[in-house]
Design a binder for this molecule. Structure first.
Ligand SMILES: Nc1nc2c(ncn2[C@@H]2O[C@H](COP(=O)(O)OP(=O)(O)OP(=O)(O)O)[C@@H](O)[C@H]2O)c(=O)[nH]1
Ligand SMILES: [Mg+2]
Length: 411
């Protein structure tokens, strides 16, 4: 395995194998494979896909499916649907759909046992059982399979739309075109296009990972009240006592159609209490790495030097003047004349805040022709293509394009 591939981002579910690992398991064209395409766990129905030329199975395989219409399941006509019973003994009611020549879908009861039985019986007649990602990768264009796998991890419609339009529909086409730019003009254009694409990697990786937004401020400013208001439920404890939140309280939501991981943190102050001090340390560490910090000021109190110092410490920060339902301090208003006044009690300012956050996370969408890398592997291949274009290295250009298209780095 090469360096790039060993740096692939981990997937949320251990059953979901990274497509990059799959190219090493090349299936021969004659092999027949089966995979569960519906999620594991409890459900009313499940779906197993069988890929390959079923007429190659031995004649004993025919006994596995007792069709109501007396058909032979290893030789079904394309686009036909058949009800019957699967297996010997206690037979399971199933529906077989021959989607296309070499693709058969078996719908069976959900849960673990029915699917296991089905897959075990298929294994018994020589079918190779795989994960759906393996099956997809061995059948489709490698890069298409990789982008499709990423697409399944998008949790918002907007993220899925970007992955579809800017990765799945752009990258395979770009990787397949191995023409070296004919002149300097087209080479410069290619360089610009790849450079632009690489800039979008920061967005590309967040389409599935999400953005981290940390809520920071002095004790009692209203940070926990704000996370609860943004989430729409009482995630964090709120009481009128400074130092309530100690550990970081995290929760995820969608803001403006983007996946956001909110972190409510411990109010920052000098503290003798080791537990609180530890919480404050965590606040600073988490917030230093966040994509965006929401800094909450209690505007009903007089101006605090600590607020001015602390709010200035973060790279990307949105300052909020909370408790605007109460009379606000004049010095506080003068200190942050452009800050958004909000109230977590009356919800004033919450909708404008959501708009501000959405715009800060994604200032503007990509132009229609931009390709967005969505895995570290894709980003690294594009980087190699860029270097090859800049150094006029045709061989490296072709190698990097080949690697992007196939997941294999030829030595
Ligand atoms: N009037 C008013 N009170 C608020 C508002 N937001 C929060 N509070 C009150 O302020 C107090 C502290 O709120 P929290 O949300 O616990 O504040 P915090 O910043 O999380 O405090 P720590 O966890 O101690 O750092 C509570 O009594 C809240 O009800 C607001 O917009 N207006
Ligand atoms: Mg709190």
């Amino acid at each position: 395995m090469n360096q790039e591939r060993s740096h692939q981002a981990p997937l949320a579910n251990s059953r979901q194998q990274n497509v990059a690992q799959l190219s090493s398991q090349k299936m021969s064209a004659t092999q027949i494979t089966a995979a569960q395409w519906s999620p594991a766990g409890r459900s009313a129905i499940a779906l197993v896909r069988v890929h390959g030329d079923l007429s190659r199975l031995s004649s004993s395989a025919q006994q596995l499916f007792h069709s109501a219409g007396q058909v032979n399941w290893t030789d079904l006509p394309e686009k036909s649907v058949h009800y019957g019973h699967w297996g010997l003994g206690h037979a399971e009611g199933v529906v077989l759909t021959q989607i296309e020549k070499d693709v058969l879908e078996i719908s069976c009861h959900g849960g673990t046992a029915a699917v296991e039985n089905l897959l075990t019986s298929l294994q018994g007649i020589g079918v190779i059982v795989q994960s759906w990602q393996q099956q997809l990768a061995s059948r489709k264009n490698y890069l298409v399979a990789e982008c499709t796998e990423v697409l399944t991890r998008a949790v918002t419609v907007k993220s899925a739309q970007l992955i579809l339009a800017h990765s799945l529909e752009k990258l395979p086409e770009f990787a397949a075109d191995i023409n070296w730019p004919a002149d300097d003009l087209s080479r410069n254009e290619a360089i610009r296009s790849v450079e632009l694409s690489l800039k979008w990697w920061e967005v590309g990786r967040r389409l599935t990972e999400g953005w981290v937004v940390s809520i920071v401020g002095l004790p009692n400013a209203g940070k926990s009240s704000l996370i609860n208001r943004l989430l729409g439920y009482e995630r964090s404890i709120v009481i009128d006592q400074p130092g309530t939140t100690r550990d970081i309280v995290r929760a995820s939501t969608a803001i403006g159609g983007w996946l956001v991981h909110l972190a409510d943190t411990a109010g920052v102050r000098e503290s003798e209490d080791p537990l609180e001090a530890e919480g404050i340390q965590k606040t600073m560490a988490t917030s230093g790495q966040a994509d965006l910090v929401i800094y909450v000021v209690d505007a009903s109190q007089s101006l605090q030097t600590a607020d001015v110092q602390l709010s200035g410490q973060f790279r990307d920060v949105v300052v909020l003047l909370n408790k605007c339902d109460l009379p606000m301090d004049r010095d506080v208003l003068q200190q942050w004349p452009d800050a958004l006044p909000i109230s977590t009690v009356t919800s004033q300012g919450i909708m404008p805040l959501l708009d501000i956050l959405a715009r800060r996370l994604m200032r503007r969408g990509p132009a229609p022709d931009v390709m967005i890398p969505v895995t570290l592997r894709q980003q690294s291949c594009l980087q190699k293509i860029l270097t090859a274009l800049k150094t006029s290295d045709l061989d490296q250009y072709l190698l990097a394009k080949h690697e992007l298209a196939t997941g294999n780095c030829p030595n």
